[in-house]
Design a protein around this ligand. Structure first.
Ligand code: NAD
Ligand code: ZN
Length: 385
């Protein structure tokens, strides 16, 4: 475990959901206190630590040690890393371990990892013996600012991402930003796309903060990183508490994801990683919004500049409109054949609008003409990785 900075204070964000309410704790070095935290949460008996091989190499031993010191019996469940692990087969693997280790209704699952591990663990906890408690210990930036908060859990189906799952809120989310120091750079930068997203949808001052502090953020300076993680969790918690099941308001979190998910699926989950696809999706959805008259060019210019400054891609690979439109149709946000898209009105405020095919095609053709003129599809930094 990397060393912690004892001067960094701990932040607690409460997610109010009635009986399913919980706290998100953010603290440098929190990983060393997981045993105490689980005791405080009244978790009893066995703890199944679900993680992946990358995380296990860094954190499984120290986490096991602190859990044992707090009196827990620890059962590690180590899965292969990556999106391809997010399958029903992995859920089967977790179930086998839990049955064989005689986990009971009072036993706890702990998700030690990125979004893949968090989504798998939450779903496994929802269905084992009709539900056992689970705690999120997110280790990637995507997981710390997004996937660990809000209770969406599940796995992919060969025909689509996140098609199988359940809403299942954790007992707590324990965020130790120190873990980000071992995160590969590409994953770290991809996570920044979701942070930028929060700025656009809800908080102009977060957006400005990112514009002003992108350099120290990219070098993982403690204070700016702690700030963006905290602010992102606050925004996500607020939006989720207003609309837990995504009936309406929670849909604003999908900004950048209509085109982003389409790009991800066109790449067969092997091209752009999620945050990169969302980055391009945000820039394009903002440009589409400008084309449709919802926002000023300035919004697109600032967003594109920040996305590029973060080292994220700002352009899609050249592809026919039909391929993109068809991929956008598969998105879960399609309702009765209409594609809904979150568009910015200004930095800090968005609305949800239906997209008409012909309007979208007209916009896309202008983009493609621009593409042919400029051959550089993505910034150099991303190309090199
Ligand atoms: N449930 C939700 O609300 C929600 C929201 C957003 C994304 N997601 C899901 O999250 C997943 C993406 O999450 P992700 O980007 O964290 O992917 P991930 O879990 O695959 O992690 C990315 C990579 O980084 C490694 N890693 C993670 N933390 C590390 C650390 N501290 N040190 C070293 N290596 C580390 C992992 O082993 C993996 O190889 C997708 O499946 C997506 O659908 C879910
Ligand atoms: Zn996302």
């Amino acid at each position: 475990m990397a060393t912690s900075n004892p001067d960094m204070s701990r932040e607690t964000i409460h997610l109010e959901l009635g009986a399913r309410s919980y706290d998100i704790q953010i603290g440098h070095g929190l990983l060393k206190e997981i045993g105490i935290e689980l005791t405080r949460l009244r978790c009893a008996g066995k703890v199944g630590v679900v993680t992946d091989r990358n995380l296990a190499a860094h954190y499984l031993k120290p986490v096991t040690r602190v859990l044992k010191a707090a009196g827990y019996t620890v059962v590690p469940i180590v899965l292969p890393p990556g999106e391809r692990t997010k399958t029903l087969r992995s859920i089967g693997t977790v179930m086998d371990v839990l049955v064989n280790a005689r986990f009971e209704r009072s036993s706890t699952l702990l998700a030690l990892g990125g979004g893949v591990i968090g989504d798998i663990t939450g779903f496994a906890a929802a269905i084992y013996q009709r539900g056992i408690p689970f705690v999120q210990v997110p280790t990637s930036l995507v997981a710390q600012v997004d996937s660990s908060v809000g209770g969406k859990t599940g796995v992919d189906h060969p025909k689509g991402k996140n098609l199988i799952g359940a809403f299942n809120q954790p007992r707590a989310v324990l965020v130790d930003p120190v873990t980000l120091r071992t995160l590969p750079e590409r994953e770290w930068i991809a996570g920044l796309a979701e942070v930028i997203k929060y700025g656009v949808i809800e908080d102009a001052s977060l957006f400005e903060y990112l514009e002003q502090h992108i350099a120290p953020i990219l070098t993982l300076s403690d204070a700016p990183v702690a700030h963006i993680v905290k602010r992102s969790c606050e925004i996500k918690a607020q939006v989720v508490s207003e609309d837990e099941r995504e009936a309406d308001r929670r849909r604003i979190l999908n900004f950048g994801h209509t085109i982003g998910h389409a790009l991800e699926s066109l790449g067969g989950y092997r091209g752009l990683i999620h945050g990169e696809a969302v980055a391009v999706g945000m820039v394009y959805e903002a440009d589409l919004a400008r084309h449709l008259g919802y926002c000023h060019q300035d919004v697109v210019t600032r967003l594109r500049a920040l996305v590029a400054a973060a080292g994220l891609p700002v352009r899609v690979p050249n592809m026919p409109f039909r391929a993109l439109w068809d991929a956008m149709q598969q998105d879960k946000k399609v309702s009765a054949g209409t594609v809904y898209c979150v568009v910015p009105e200004r930095i800090g405020s968005v609305r949800i609008v239906p997209l008409l095919k012909e309007q979208t095609r007209a916009w896309y053709e202008t983009i493609r003409r621009g593409h042919t003129r400029s051959r550089q599809l993505i910034p150099n930094k991303t190309q090199q990785r």
